[in-house]
Design a protein around this ligand. Sequence first.
Ligand SMILES: Cc1cc2nc3c(=O)[nH]c(=O)nc-3n(C[C@H](O)[C@H](O)[C@H](O)COP(=O)(O)OP(=O)(O)OC[C@H]3O[C@@H](n4cnc5c(N)ncnc54)[C@H](O)[C@@H]3O)c2cc1C
Length: 494
Amino acid sequence: MSYKAPTEKDLSAFEGIVGKEYATMDEAITASYLAKSVMGLESQIPDVVLRPKYVEEIRKILLYCTEEKIAVSPISAGLSGGFACPTIKPAGVLLDLGRMDRILEIDEANRYAIIEPGVTNGQLWAYMHKNHPDWAPPIADGAPPAATVMGDAIDRGFSLYTSSVGPQGDNFMCAQIVFPNGDVVKTGSWALPGAKPFYKYGLGPDMWSFLMGSQGAFGVVTKAAVKIYPHPEHKTVVAWGMSNPYDMQDVTLELGHKEFGVAHNTVMVQGGNYPLVMTRWPKDKIPHEYEFFEKIGIPEWWMNWEIWAQTQKEFDNVVETINNHCKDFAANRAKDGAAMKPWELHPKQIESRMKKPNKIAIPYSFWEAGFLFITWYTPWNECAHFAEMYNERMEHYGFPPVMWIASIERCRQAICMPIICFDSTKQSDFEKVQDLNRDTTEYGLKQGWLNYRPDPYIHIEAYYDAAMYWKYLRAFKKLVDPSMIMHPGRLALP
Ligand SMILES: Cc1cc2nc3c(=O)[nH]c(=O)nc-3n(C[C@H](O)[C@H](O)[C@H](O)COP(=O)(O)OP(=O)(O)OC[C@H]3O[C@@H](n4cnc5c(N)ncnc54)[C@H](O)[C@@H]3O)c2cc1C
């Protein structure tokens, strides 16, 4: 598939659509978007950056690029990390949706917010805090405040109450999408003019879910309705430490099975190993041996349960159930029961853990500047196997074995996130990251595990294996994007 590189003539056409101020080929600006893609190893400098404000501007841009066969990659904030972001070869137009940042409506009775793509986690959280303090919007738990709520859904991410309510995609009710064929489509109950965004499955088969995980490869989402949940009065974090990932996995799954009255109250269930603490510091300024971390009270592995409850009685019941269950598990079923201990968190640790949006993931750049999340979904009862395999491979390639694991929907899935901390000034490290990625992907795909944001070269092999599914993705793409201009290379489309 070949694409046209945009020319000065195309730039004037774009200026005619969005205005001179919001269309540029200035290299200083286009290159700054490369720096924004914190962890996109494959990313390229776009040829043109366009910053539309209106849906009709987007429709005209897509129609023009369809006609001219110019590649278009949309970003809401461009901070998705991993491999989703921004332009890959051929670069083409980068559509920055940051100016579309209106919070259009908050409906407390029906429990939704209507937002545009540029609405960031920090912006929505602050707006709700000020104007609707009893309500929590579905922001990504650890993503930077400058990342967006919309980008997280399109990327199939997770929210701050993901263990209770499911993946971020499940928090999205209805959307408005502009396809490159010029159609503007509304999904769910919104398809019916005048209907509120109260029902995702609206007029039959659910088109919006088809766009979850599409990573900008089908069309541009210009508006969406997201669920909001009330803050309950009682909140805390309970943590247990253990010596190995299997005890972490098994005790957490047993608690996940206590659905109503217990697991539904645990909004964020996340754990990991001591290198998660270690790599938040410069490599040469902290001991690397576990003995040091043991002395300062950090378990080798741990699991945290963030609890939200309406009443003191309900709160006490959930805390007690978790603690009693962990004790019983340690005494009777653990591989290493003697090592299982409650991890008494300081109130300041609990307070900082529950602060949203948190900046928990950002310090991984301190270790050696470069860091990359390579995120996988597995069945919960396979996450320890994943961790053991991946940690061994990270050490083999000379990276610290940093592993973070969280529950989605009460342990129906595990989101497993090795954090690769590497020296971004060394070309040889980039190559090692890719070798590690290929090595573990070949293994992971054989286990039936799924990658969060498929890397355009390595993880994409999943699509060759899932050939029938891929066939229908391609057919849908052809329907909505006849010249295949949207985010080429994503999802092996085209
Ligand atoms: C330090 C750090 C921590 C993170 N922690 C978390 C976390 O805790 N939970 C989590 O889920 N994620 C996390 N992430 C990943 C990421 O931040 C989130 O997924 C984020 O919300 C992405 O939003 P964005 O606006 O930056 O997306 P973008 O990078 O702009 O876009 C993501 C993808 O969707 C496409 N896209 C974006 N907007 C549109 C649109 N309007 N229409 C069509 N396609 C579009 C893009 O082309 C891209 O492929 C983290 C990332 C970083 C860098």
